[in-house]
Design a protein around this ligand. Structure first.
Ligand SMILES: CC(C)(COP(=O)(O)OP(=O)(O)OC[C@H]1O[C@@H](n2cnc3c(N)ncnc32)[C@H](O)[C@@H]1OP(=O)(O)O)[C@@H](O)C(=O)NCCC(=O)NCCS
Length: 325
């Protein structure tokens, strides 16, 4: 096993490792850009553990003139638990110590609290501080759709008759769509966060477990989960509490599964199921924070806009639970 600095040609292996290690949760973080920026201005270094020619662990390390920082600590998933994480963090510490840096800071995403135990084992402590941030690159959003603090525009769409639905075959095998009967609050929260985080879905996060259970376990509300290779890849939720208006309340694919044609497939399945319930109207809404393809996709399937509303951007609401870095 060799500890070394980043070298030309590592980029793809490192970006893939970060993806596999679950570090690429925020679509605004482009691993290639982050690597280039780290190495460009003498900001820092990327330390690599290499085993038999393969990158098995990384840490991005640097200092800002006051404190040392560590980012992108990742160990190849099937090599975790073999003390490689400890080794790469110690290497990052040595790197900073050699520069006379007196203290290290690092951030752990709120959804990755498991990893706090790892750092505690290595002697790190949880600080009673609030980390605040503001982007300077104009990108307020996952796909740069909305770039500033302008109000979010919600478009309400309706469909008054069953459209002819195209047959769509996803570009993946081993997929299955299953109704989640009496879905548990925990599983629902997982689905909602996994699908909705890049799009700032926050409404359901503000509900207590009881309030949420009252909605999702209502007989007139149905949640269907799309599985790919046995793991959840997306879901949709039908809300029939205002029948004969039937609403597609939530609909989405998890970031890892976007690009496989699953969105159109899932939407066709949802619409087929909805029209089988013989509603007068099928409703959906989408906003300027959603994936930019959402509105055209809904329109292609036969939805027509019937109303619009402006609401403040979710990051201006201090009650919102947002988890981006
Ligand atoms: C977090 C991560 C880097 C740890 O690397 P690892 O190689 O699996 O961990 P190690 O084998 O070096 O473990 C070092 C010590 O931490 C402990 N530890 C590891 N993971 C732990 C966890 N989740 N909770 C508590 N302790 C943990 C180990 O038991 C070990 O303790 P010991 O030395 O007293 O026996 C690795 O799991 C990973 O890449 N995770 C995904 C990416 C990630 O979340 N990175 C952190 C971003 S902030």
């Amino acid at each position: 096993m060799k500890l070394r600095n980043y070298q030309d040609g590592d980029e793809t292996a490192i970006a893939d490792l970060w993806q596999r290690a679950g570090l690429m949760q925020n679509p605004l973080n482009d691993p290639r850009k982050d690597i280039a920026f780290c190495l460009a201005g003498g900001h820092g270094e990327i330390l690599v553990l290499e085993d038999e020619g393969k990158v098995v662990a990384t840490a991005m390390v640097g200092q800002d003139g006051h404190r040392g920082w560590i980012y992108y600590v990742a160990v190849e998933p099937d090599r975790q638990g073999q003390l490689l994480g400890r080794r790469i963090v110690r290497a990052a510490e040595d790197h900073l110590k050699a520069q006379g840096v007196p203290k290290i800071h690092l951030m752990v995403r709120g959804s990755n609290t498991d990893v706090v135990g790892f750092y505690q084992r290595l002697g790190y402590r949880v600080e009673p501080v609030t980390t605040m941030s503001r982007r300077l690159d104009g990108n307020a959003l996952a796909v740069g759709h909305q770039m500033d603090d302008a109000p979010v525009i919600i478009t309400y769409l309706e469909m008054l008759a069953r459209p002819s639905l195209p047959q769509i075959v996803p570009k993946t095998r081993q997929y299955a769509l299953m109704g989640a009967h009496d879905i548990s609050v925990n599983f629902y929260r997982y689905l909602y966060d996994a699908v909705g985080r890049p799009w700032y879905w926050t409404d359901r996060k503000k509900l207590s477990d009881e309030e949420l259970a009252n909605i999702i376990q209502d007989d007139k509300v149905e949640v269907y989960v799309l599985y790919v290779g046995g793991t959840p890849a997306g879901f949709f939720e039908l809300d029939g509490r205002r029948m004969p208006d039937l609403e597609l309340a939530y609909f989405g694919i998890m970031p890892d599964y976007i690009g496989l044609g699953l969105g159109p497939y899932l939407l066709v399945q949802a619409l087929d199921m909805m029209w089988q319930k013989e509603p007068d109207r099928v409703l959906v809404n989408t906003c300027t924070l959603d994936h930019p393809k959402a509105l055209p996709l809904y329109q292609r399937m036969g939805f027509r806009p019937y109303d619009r509303q402006e609401v403040p951007a979710p990051w201006q609401d201090p009650d919102n639970i947002l988890d981006f870095a």
